[in-house]
Design a protein around this ligand. Structure first.
Ligand code: AHG
Ligand code: MN
Ligand code: MN
Length: 334
């Protein structure tokens, strides 16, 4: 029997972050600390999610968020946990969250960074033991240090992100992030309370055979998307749709595939949020060799005008994204 005891458990997230910081001689360590704060909040939320069935924290919270969506108790709990961790950390002057109407000032006016967050992604899966996640983006503030963060600090293009990542609470919990130098994935070892580097330098396959989209809405999809879906079927692709963006994205990132949330009759600008979901995953996928567009424009170049702005999203393996765009651009409207 091979016990594999010779194999080391690997590099911890903390050590990895520290090592990366040493590559930048003038780095002050604040971004590193901020990433550690996010990882800590991720561990706490992971614990809450794992125990949700035993505590009274499943189900609806009884209120809607600013986007008119029913909040789940765990949405609210994750939101509080992340905001608290970022406030205590001190590196962030302002936060924008899918679950909050307005910009949240942390009171850390010396903080250089802004965080945009979807504290819990995959609402429909929270209570049914299916993978869910947390998605985040980090920006450098534009305003002078010493005062509150401004709306201009928060409404930056995706190209301005200094880091982005997600935590996936799944069959194992993982943290995947980029600071613009490739993408690395860390798996949580609960008995040690640590994330370990398990997926160094993730590259997404150039193409795949999985398409992920909620085909329930197909009748109101743009013509080009309908045609692409038929192309997938004609070519023997597999459909995989979990309904948690993080989980669908993570699978496609590792195995190759495409995720599409187009404009629909119900959601004329798409459903997903540019600041909390699209930009972050776009940065990650590009760093892994993939692409993200709204069907016409590169996601990260869209100029945001509102905190809770929505966008159609076509994201994944580069050749597949190109193919969708081909169909969408030659779309014949009838
Ligand atoms: P959230 O739970 O943060 O509101 O996000 C839900 C999103 C995303 O995770 C998922 O891919 C999508 O909504 C599912 O929407 P449909 O039910 O319309 O397919
Ligand atoms: Mn979400
Ligand atoms: Mn959410």
């Amino acid at each position: 029997m091979n016990l594999n005891l010779a194999l080391p458990v690997g590099t911890t997230l903390d050590r990895f972050i520290m090592r990366k910081q040493e590559d930048f001689p003038y780095a002050s360590g604040e971004l590193s600390q901020l990433l550690r704060d996010i990882a800590l909040a991720g561990k706490i939320v992971n614990r809450e999610i794992n125990r949700a069935g035993l505590l009274d924290i499943s189900g609806a919270y009884g209120q809607q968020n600013v986007q008119g969506e029913e909040q789940q108790k765990l949405d609210v709990i994750a939101n509080i946990r992340f905001i608290r961790a970022l406030r205590n950390g001190g590196e962030v002057c302002a936060i924008i969250s899918e679950e909050e109407d307005e910009v949240i000032q942390t009171g850390n006016t010396k903080g250089k960074y802004i965080v945009a967050i979807d504290p819990l992604d995959g609402s429909s899966n929270i209570d049914v033991n299916v993978s869910i996640g947390t998605i985040f983006s980090i920006y450098r503030r534009k305003s002078e240090v010493g005062c509150d963060g401004t709306i201009e600090d928060c409404l930056q293009k995706g190209t301005e992100q200094v880091a982005a990542g997600y935590v996936i609470y799944g069959s194992s919990t993982m943290l995947v992030y980029t600071t613009g130098h490739g993408v690395n994935g860390f798996t949580y070892e609960p008995s040690l309370g640590e994330f370990f580097l398990s997926h160094p330098d993730i590259k997404t396959p150039a193409t795949g055979n999985v398409y992920s989209c909620n085909e329930g809405g197909v009748n109101s999809f743009p013509e080009g998307v309908k045609q692409y879906l038929n192309y997938c079927k004609d070519n023997g692709y597999s459909a995989r749709y979990i309904g948690s963006l993080v989980a669908d994205f993570h699978r496609n990132l590792l195995k190759g595939g495409i995720y599409i949330y187009p404009a629909t009759a119900k959601a004329p600008n798409g459903k997903l949020r540019l600041m909390y979901e699209c930009n972050s995953l776009a940065f990650i996928v590009e760093q892994a060799g993939g692409k993200a567009t709204d069907g016409a424009r590169r996601i990260m170049e869209i100029d945001p005008t509102e905190l809770h702005q929505r966008s159609p999203l076509v994201i994944g393996s580069p050749e597949m994204v190109d193919k969708v765009q081909e169909f969408m651009q030659s779309e014949v409207t009838v």
